[in-house]
Design a protein. Sequence first.
Length: 302
Amino acid sequence: MTKIINHNHLRELESEAIFVMREIAAQFEKPVLLFSGGKDSIVLVHLAVKAFYPARIPFPLLHIDTGHNFQETLDYRDELVEKIGAKLYIGSVQASIDKGRATEEMGVGASRNKLQTVTLLDTLEELKADAAIGGGRRDEEKARAKERFFSHRDAFGQWDPKNQRPELWNLFNGKKNMGEHFRVFPISNWTEMDVWQYILMENIPMPSLYYTHKRRVFMRDGIWLAEAPFMELKEGEEIVELDVRCRTIGDISCTGLNLSTADNLEDIVKEVAASRVTERGGRSDDKRSEAAMEDRKKEGYF
């Protein structure tokens, strides 16, 4: 294991993230930690536990449930919340649809991923949250590379990448006007490889989705997608059972699965190191347009 892990590098990243976590607790009154059940949010929870041990983490977890999540993700979420004694809030996309706050996409290729924005903003307003802690990393996607550690959102929850505050000498400005909030990204300087090496070093339990398993899938636009009752097949698409794993986890409708034999953390690290496709290259929602993520973030997305 030591051959594939740079311990000093990871401890420096860990220290930086823990410092940011403590700054969040110091500067904000009602922060929440956005928890998707993906590896980045799992690492955030692990770092928060370390930052405030032996006390419990001083902010609740918030999960935006699309209603189209992998069951393995929900099971992992509930077990983790019970284990660390945290409070969990759940924002429901289905409830937003039922209230007329969001409109369900129809037809082949429909996804609830974009609908999360309305649910997220409504839930943050309901909770009166002044900071939302997320797992964005600067190597992840072009738009996320523009984020600060403390990323300001206006009273409408929108993000202006050209109007962000400088962050010099690790000084973070959390001042805001009424109704505004911040998205805070403690692992901004981490890469996907850093995340997996840290998970390996800390031996953090992960959802089974990240390990190779058999699943019924179909190919669409070069991406393997999971079979689900709400997934409508196009003509010519065929369900097959393959050995796959998730590299990134989101709504079932847009989460691509990779053909893989990696059934342990060391193999996952080696597989990520050898990959020539970006992590979000398997997210079908990012392929809707060149600026898909940036457009969604300006509207208030994660």
